[in-house]
Design a binder for this molecule. Structure first.
Ligand SMILES: Nc1ncnc2c1ncn2[C@@H]1O[C@H](COP(=O)(O)OP(=O)(O)OP(=O)(O)O)[C@@H](O)[C@H]1O
Ligand SMILES: [Mg+2]
Length: 461
C-alpha cells in the first residue's frame, strides 16, 4: 500500500509513530466531516497532528496548494497542536519540506508548493477566524468552542471549497452541537459524517496507573465523561454548559491600576483548591480577568499573594469566605492594607451568590477566561435537593472534585454587585434544577413567591 493512501500507514512508516488501535480506526477513515471524542490523555491531539501532517504531505506530493486551519478555544491550545505537527514533520524524512516557520503573531508552517498550516483561536466570538479560506479545518477541544462559532465562523470557511472538517474533544454535554454531530456520525444517517471514540485506557502510551488512580479520585459519572468519553447529562447542573462556553469568548484585557476590580477568595490550605478569582468591573459585560489556585502555601503567604494581586489590580476590593477561621484572614488582609469584606457562608448565602453567578452566566453578563480548571468546575457543579428541603450547592459528592474557583468567582461577583437584592422566583427559575420537578417539590415557598429562607440575609444590618 502506498504510504500516502492511508494516514495510519503514513504515521508508522514516514513519521515513525505507531498509532494505537483507537487512533488507527480514526486515521483510516476518510469522511469529509469527522468527530473524535476522547477521554483525557487518550491521544486526541497526536491523532489530529498525524492526520494534518498526512494531508500536508499528500498535497506537497500532488503539487497542490492546500490550506489547513487549526483551531482551539484559546491560542495556547492551538499552539500545542501546531507544535505537535511541526515536531512530527521535523523529526521525519519530510523535515526538508518545511520552507518557513513563523511563531508570531500566529504560528504558521509553510511547506513546499503553497501548502500551509496555520492556527487561530476561536475566542472573541470567532472574530480571528473570519475571512480565512481553508481546505480543511481541525478543531481541537471543540467542546470548549461555542456552538455559534462553529456554525457561523468555522463552517462557512469551508463552504466555498467543500472543505473537510474535524471536531475533536473530550466530550461536552448532551444536546451540544459537538454531541449532535457525534451522534450524526454514529447513527450513519449522514453519509458525510463519521464519528470515533477513544478512551483514556485505550492509550498504551500513558501510565495506566494514572488513569486508574483518577478513578478513585473523582465520581463515577465524572470518570465516565473525562476518561471514558461519555457525554454528560446536565440535569442537576447549575451552570448550563452552552451558556458557560458562550461566556468564554471575550477579549482579554490587561490588568492595570486604572481598572475597577474585585477579588473573590475561597481559602483552603492543601486538599482543596484555594481559589482566587478577579473580576474587572470597569465596564459591561464584567470580565473575569484572572483565576489562580494558591493552595500549598501557608495562610500568611496566601494572604500576601492575595494582597499583592489586590495591589496589582488597582487596590481591588477582596471578598473572602469569612466563615469560622476565615475571620482571621479578613483581619490579616486588613493589616496588609486591603479593602476587605468577609462573607459568612450559610446555606442561604451560598445559594444567593451561586444563583447570582448562574444568572450572570445565563445572561452573558460576564466574560470567563479559557481556564480549563474553572470551566470544568462549572461543568460539574451541582445543586442537590436535601431531604430537609434545603438545596446544597457544590461539586458532586463522592470524589475529589473541586468547586473553589467557582466559589471564588461567585464571591467576586458578590463584591461587584453589593449585598444581594431579593430575586423573584422567576429569576431563580432560570436554573434548570428549579424548573425540574425534583428540586421544586422540596422548596418551601413564602407568600411573596420567594423561598422562605431567602427572605433575610445573615449579613444584613
Ligand atoms: N501513537 C502514539 N505514540 C506515542 N505516544 C503517543 C501516541 N499517542 C499519544 N501519545 C502520547 O500520549 C499522551 C497523550 O496524547 P495526547 O496529548 O495526544 O492526548 P489528548 O487526548 O490530546 O490529551 P489531553 O486530554 O491532555 O488533551 C502524550 O504524551 C502523547 O505523546
Ligand atoms: Mg489534547
Amino acid at each position: 500500500m502506498d504510504r500516502l493512501d492511508n494516514a495510519a500507514v503514513f504515521a508508522e512508516t514516514v513519521l515513525g509513530i505507531v498509532p494505537h488501535a483507537g487512533q488507527a480506526r480514526y486515521l483510516l477513515d476518510r469522511h469529509p466531516t469527522k468527530t473524535l471524542v476522547g477521554g483525557r490523555r487518550s491521544g486526541k491531539t497526536i491523532s489530529l497532528a498525524i492526520e494534518i501532517a498526512f494531508h500536508a504531505a499528500k498535497a506537497v506530493h500532488a503539487h497542490r496548494p492546500f490550506r489547513q486551519l487549526l483551531v482551539a478555544p484559546g491560542i495556547d491550545q492551538a499552539k500545542l497542536l501546531i507544535a505537535a505537527v511541526a515536531r512530527l514533520i521535523r523529526q521525519s524524512p519530510l523535515g526538508g519540506l518545511i520552507e518557513a516557520e513563523f511563531s508570531s503573531p500566529f504560528p504558521e508552517l509553510r511547506l513546499a508548493g503553497g501548502v500551509l498550516i496555520f492556527v487561530r483561536a476561536a475566542h472573541e466570538g470567532g472574530k480571528h477566524l473570519r475571512g480565512h479560506a481553508a481546505d480543511r479545518v481541525v478543531v481541537d477541544e471543540a467542546a470548549y468552542v461555542p456552538d455559534t462559532v462553529i456554525e457561523e465562523a468555522i463552517m462557512p470557511l469551508l463552504a466555498d471549497v467543500g472543505g473537510e472538517l474535524v471536531l475533536a474533544s473530550t466530550p461536552s454535554t448532551k444536546g451540544s452541537l459537538f454531541h449532535r454531530m457525534f451522534e450524526r456520525g454514529r447513527s450513519g444517517t449522514d453519509a458525510r459524517v463519521s464519528s470515533f471514540i477513544i478512551r483514556s485506557a485505550d492509550n498504551p502510551y500513558i501510565d495506566r496507573g494514572y488513569v486508574e488512580g483518577q478513578r478513585a479520585e473523582i465520581t463515577d459519572r465524572q470518570f465516565r465523561v473525562e476518561y471514558g468519553g461519555e457525554f454528560l447529562d446536565q440535569t442537576d447542573a447549575v451552570f448550563r454548559w452552552d451558556h458557560v462556553v458562550r461566556c468564554t469568548g471575550g477579549e482579554q484585557v490587561e490588568a492595570g491600576a486604572h481598572r475597577r476590580c474585585v477579588i473573590g477568595w475561597d481559602p483552603a490550605l492543601k486538599r482543596d483548591r484555594s481559589g482566587v478569582a478577579i473580576i474587572d468591573a470597569t465596564g459591561k459585560p464584567l470580565r473575569c480577568v484572572h483565576v489562580e489556585d494558591i493552595r500549598g502555601r501557608d495562610f500568611v503567604e496566601q494572604v500576601q499573594r492575595v494582597a499583592e494581586l489586590a495591589r496589582l489590580h488597582g487596590g481591588a476590593k477582596v471578598v473572602v469566605d469569612g466563615t469560622g477561621q476565615g475571620a482571621v484572614l479578613v483581619e490579616l488582609l486588613r493589616r496588609q492594607g486591603c479593602w476587605v469584606e468577609g462573607v459568612t457562608f450559610t446555606t442561604a448565602t451560598k445559594a444567593e451568590i451561586v444563583t447570582a453567578l448562574a444568572v450572570a452566566i445565563e445572561n452573558g453578563g460576564i466574560i470567563l477566561p479559557p481556564n480549563r480548571d474553572l470551566l470544568d468546575e462549572l461543568r460539574f457543579y451541582e445543586a442537590r435537593a436535601k431531604p430537609s428541603g434545603r438545596i446544597e450547592y457544590g461539586a458532586p459528592v463522592g470524589g475529589r472534585i473541586h468547586d473553589d474557583l467557582t466559589t471564588a468567582l461567585a464571591l467576586a461577583l458578590r463584591g461587584v454587585q453589593g449585598p444581594p437584592q431579593a430575586r423573584t422566583f422567576a429569576d431563580a427559575g432560570l436554573l434548570p434544577f428549579l424548573t425540574s420537578s425534583r428540586g421544586a417539590k422540596t422548596l418551601a415557598v413564602g407568600p411573596d413567591g420567594l423561598p422562605d429562607r431567602w427572605s433575610s440575609w445573615p449579613w444584613d444590618g
